[in-house]
Design a protein around this ligand. Structure first.
Ligand code: PLP
Length: 337
């Protein structure tokens, strides 16, 4: 029997599941075993980063619940994770919210009673285009005049990478008994692919790191990229080349990347729906995109018998308001991987 002292003790040790029925249905040459990060207690791989950032700052005596207010500007999973662990540890948390956030993610932040701060529109306008400095301007604005303000700066905080280097990477290595051949992940802040990629390549330099990129030329792209309200949204939180360079210059490490693979939203949806249909596992859009990339890898002759591990960041329930569950035969049947 084990009684835990805090929800924070349950972060990590997420399961890896091989998608055997999916492999058979698609006639894949390689094997795909997904790392299901929605098993984290606040529901995504961002739990690892949020906890590492808080606990390392505690270890350096930089923060304490009685005097600190954590500050971050984020579109979702980081906010949810920080809100949950701020609550569990007794910290105040001021969050500024970006546009394009699914309703569920906003409501989850509300549920954990983080303090949602209004940021002037002109400061937020074009942050994605202006990149990391614009994000830090917003965070610095939010910190002004707040006693004990502690910005967590997810786009440049080394503990974002460290969380995945110390935990996610080793878990993948151990659970696959060192047999992983290909790791697939998307880049938002770049922390997960950097930390995992670095660890895995240190164990075996032949492990291939493949980065998922949403297709900017996708004809469905404008409505499917999470920028417009209503209807379908896109592959939230993972970026194509241009945004990636603007947003993740500090955390992301291109030197660790062996290949970039582009996916369309139609392929993403198809991957999500096949996983739900054959495995009873329902994931979010960035997971679907990386799964689609894993499927593309597994279809290659050269990857016969190889073990491919996509990192699947969160659960599809977080995007139901965007009808992510709806099978769209009109677009999905027409696409191949
Ligand atoms: C759902 C989802 N997928 C992927 C990512 C990208 O992960 P990372 O920030 O580790 O690059 C994020 C966060 O940015 C996310 O919330």
């Amino acid at each position: 029997m084990a009684i835990y002292n805090s929800i924070t003790e349950l972060v990590g040790k997420t399961p890896i599941v091989e998608f055997k029925r999916l492999e058979k249905a698609l006639g894949l040459k390689g094997r795909i075993a997904g790392k299901l990060e929605y098993f984290n207690p606040a529901g995504s791989h961002k739990d690892r980063m949020a906890l590492e950032i808080i606990e390392q700052a505690e270890a350096r005596n930089e923060i304490s619940p009685d005097k600190t207010t954590l500050i971050e500007f984020t579109s979702g999973n980081t906010g949810i994770a920080l809100a949950a662990f701020a609550a569990a540890k007794g910290y105040k948390f001021n969050i500024g919210v970006q546009g394009g956030v699914s309703v569920e993610r906003l409501k989850l932040i509300e549920a954990y009673q983080a303090n949602i701060v209004d940021v002037p529109g002109e400061l937020i306008a074009g942050v994605f285009e202006r990149g990391i400095e614009a994000f830090e301007d917003v965070i610095n604005y939010m910190s002004e005049g707040v006693p004990g303000a502690y910005p967590t700066y997810q786009l440049s905080n080394a503990d974002n990478i460290n969380a995945h280097y110390k935990h996610t990477g080793p878990e993948i290595w151990e659970d696959t008994e060192g047999k992983i051949d290909i790791f697939v992940g998307g880049v938002g802040t770049g922390g997960s692919t950097h930390g995992v990629g670095k660890y895995l390549k240190e164990q075996n330099p032949n492990v291939k790191v493949v980065i998922t990129q949403p297709d900017v030329n996708d004809v469905l792209h404008p409505i499917l990229n999470g920028v417009e309200d209503g209807g379908f949204h896109g592959i939230h939180a993972v970026y194509d080349g241009e945004k990636l360079n603007a947003l993740a210059p500090k955390n992301y490490n291109a030197d660790l990347t062996d290949e970039y693979v582009t996916v369309s939203y139609a392929q993403t949806l198809k991957a999500i729906h096949l996983l739900a249909k054959y495995e009873g596992i329902f994931v979010g859009a960035s997971s679907g995109a990386s799964l689609a990339v894993a499927i593309k890898q597994a279809l290659r002759e050269e990857n016969e018998g190889k073990l491919i591990v996509p990192l699947l960041p969160d659960n599809g329930e977080r995007y139901l308001s965007e009808d992510i569950q709806k099978v769209r035969h009109d677009i999905e049947d027409a696409v191949e991987f």
